[in-house]
Write a protein that binds this ligand. Structure first.
Ligand SMILES: *[C@@H]1O[C@H](CO)[C@@H](O)[C@H](O)[C@H]1NC(C)=O
Length: 627
């Protein structure tokens, strides 16, 4: 349903570049209970040198607070130089982390305390299997694994950065690896190809993802399951414990000792705790150790967001995608910008880790990073450009009126965008076709990125027909139909929305199982289905409308039928927490809820068999089934 801007999942300024920015007290509470080791990290600037959404999810789920700075290290070490495959993984992890640790003081103007790097490889018969380059390659890799047992190794490097008195930075590396054995079932050619066509194998070592569809290929696992997903959490915590809990290697103490005494070596073994305590006290008063990284980051968060918005709007990433690399002069010429302004923007975007800067002889050139090519080039399947432009044009102005919003407790839509149009009840963002299309494009680009995570969150094999209520452009519906070959999906949305949906049909996908039906889910009869999907609907509805909608669903659903909600969960320690709380600042009539609150809500209307999934993506998911 098109009811902007309430159903927009805002991605506030600082979060566009900082994937995790939790409130420290909350995270503290969580980690103190669950893992005293992780709580040792609070107050430290922890950086994950990996863009893998799976690693991010594993660490986020245990309440760790960190920033993500993907490494630029090319994973191209000569495998022949390593006697054992895990040595290769450990070395790659170490190089990835060191690259980030060394880049940050210059590019991000801050020194991390801890940088974590990881590299996961799959080996069979002594051979290291990489990420597949194309479908044929995925087939070659998966056939090798078929019916056999293989090993998954994740190498992890923890870099401890010590800033010395003279501003020099010292790096201490702790590394380790974990092995897990995985046995594949005997799979038919047909199944292998079906899996390959799902698209899942492409960005994964060994060509499969055990946490999603790939789990179906696996007969058994011996060892740490999360290691196969990409991060050996248990081993990692043990190593952290060794680092922080053994008295002679407490980094905080050592840093203080180094600073207080101006020495650069290890603490002598017999260093008495009394002496250490005094040194800690001394250094506690030094500003350097108290620097409020989080506050400083938030001060700059809006500048970083706006730099990203502007580069997107000026189509800088699209332009760089058209050449191997370009100089600032070439970019300035193309976007009709000033040379100085363009250069500054490019450098800012480099510092955010979204572009690479190269020196080629006398020329300085820029090019897109891998992640930028995937998410910020508008022709890419997973392009977020439309969503980013929407944030710039429709969300940013609302946030510039935040003070008034807080004082008055109402949305500042009119102040930000001028007078409301005739039919305020239908569409808060005016009925103009152009605005509508812009909103649809934004939701479409976000739903495409979140879609496969939501679609694979649960076993939906018992459902034959689904109805995506307020399914907008069908992005979510297409993701569901792609992942579940036996499922037909009806997209139900307002006539004005359905009318424009043809713009958004995916290319190269079977469209026959997705149909569009026009209607209003409050006043019209709903299409019959076994599963009703509500993606980003409930959070923006006032309580009486939530009640009306869920009552209606409860009435028409028979036993075995389900409701799948996809929303941001306000759960401690997840990415959604601050994101949802910040979204609420726009003062729509809706309510942000935690997974537990959504669960209670579903149960209240008879959908009592509830499963919850934190996807780590833009949207989480919860399924309630009527017994
Ligand atoms: C800018 O670059 C794009 C992509 O290469 C090209 O299509 C366009 O014509 C260029 N525009 C100008 C003004 O140079």
């Amino acid at each position: 349903m098109l009811t902007s801007p309430g159903r927009v999942r805002y991605f506030p300024a600082c979060l566009l570049v900082k994937v995790c920015t939790f409130k420290s007290e909350d995270s503290h509470k969580l980690t103190m209970v669950l893992n005293p080791v992780i709580s040792k990290l609070s107050g430290k600037l922890v950086v994950l040198a990996s863009a893998s959404p799976r690693r991010l999810e594993i660490l986020t789920n245990v309440g760790m607070r960190f920033e993500v700075v993907p490494s630029w290290f090319k994973e191209n070490l000569d495998k022949a130089l390593f006697k054992k495959p895990y040595e290769y993984a450990v070395e790659t992890a170490k190089q990835k982390a060191l690259e980030v640790a060394k880049r940050m003081p210059f590019k991000h103007l801050k020194t991390p305390d801890i940088v974590i790097g990881a590299d996961t490889i799959v080996t069979v018969g002594g051979l290291i299997l990489e990420k597949p380059v194309d479908k044929q390659d995925a087939y070659r890799i998966l056939s090798r694994l078929n019916g056999k047992e293989h090993s998954v190794y994740t190498g992890v490097a923890i870099i401890l950065c010590h800033e010395k008195e003279d501003q020099e930075i010292e790096y201490k590396v702790v590394d380790f690896y974990e092995e897990t054995k995985v046995k594949f079932a005997d799979l038919s050619e047909e199944m292998l190809w079906e899996y390959i066509h799902s698209g899942e194998p492409m960005d994964k070592a060994g060509g499969y993802g055990i946490q999603a569809l790939g789990g179906m290929l696996v007969e058994h696992v011996q060892g740490d399951f999360l290691n196969v997903v990409g991060f050996p959490l248990n081993h990692f915590c043990k190593e952290l414990d060794k680092i922080f809990n053994s008295p002679s290697s407490d980094t905080a103490d050592r840093r203080c000792t180094l600073a207080a005494e101006g020495m650069a070596g290890e603490i002598p073994e017999d260093h008495s705790s009394a002496v250490r305590k005094r040194n800690v006290a001394q250094c506690g008063s030094r500003d350097r150790f108290e620097f409020p990284h989080r506050i400083a980051d938030l001060l700059d968060g809006f500048k970083a967001s706006k730099a990203l918005f502007t580069a997107c709007k000026l189509k800088v990433f699209d332009l760089l995608a058209s050449a191997e690399y370009l100089s600032a002069t070439q970019v300035a010429g193309n976007i009709s910008g000033s040379l100085m302004g363009t250069e500054r923007l490019l450098d800012a975007v480099v510092s955010l880790g979204l572009l690479e800067k190269l020196k080629l002889g006398d020329t300085i050139a820029y090019r897109n990073t891998e992640q930028t090519s995937r998410y910020l080039v508008s022709t890419s399947e997973l392009a977020l450009n439309e969503y980013i432009l929407y944030c710039d044009e429709r969300v940013w102005p609302l946030f510039t009126h935040l003070e008034q919003s807080v004082l008055e407790g109402v949305s500042q839509h009119d102040h930000a965008f001028g007078k409301r149009c005739e039919e305020p009840s239908k569409h808060a963002c005016c009925n103009h076709r152009e605005k509508q299309l812009q909103f649809m494009k934004a939701m479409h680009s976000m739903a495409k990125v979140a879609g496969s995570h939501v679609a694979t969150a649960f076993d939906l094999s018992s459902f034959r027909t689904a109805c995506d209520l307020g399914g907008c452009t069908g992005a979510m519906a297409f993701a569901f139909s792609k992942v579940h070959p036996a499922l037909s999906v009806i997209v139900f949305d307002l006539p004005a929305v359905v009318e424009m949906c043809a713009h958004f049909h995916p290319r190269g996908q079977d469209l026959s199982r997705v149909t569009f039906v026009a209607g209003d889910f409050f006043s019209d009869d709903l299409p019959k289905a076994d599963l009703y999907i509500l993606a980003r609907i409930l959070h923006h509805l006032p309580a009486e409308k939530v009640h009306a909608l869920l009552s209606k669903l409860s009435e028409i659903c028979k036993p075995g039928c389900g409701v799948l909600l996809s929303e941001i969960f306000l759960d401690e320690g997840t990415r959604g927490q601050s994101s949802g709380i910040l979204q609420a600042l726009t003062m729509t009539q809706g309510v942000q809820r935690s997974a537990a609150e959504y669960s209670l809500l579903l149960q209240k209307y008879g959908f009592t068999q509830v499963s919850i999934k934190h996807t780590g993506n833009f949207l989480d998911a919860i399924l309630g089934v009527k017994p």
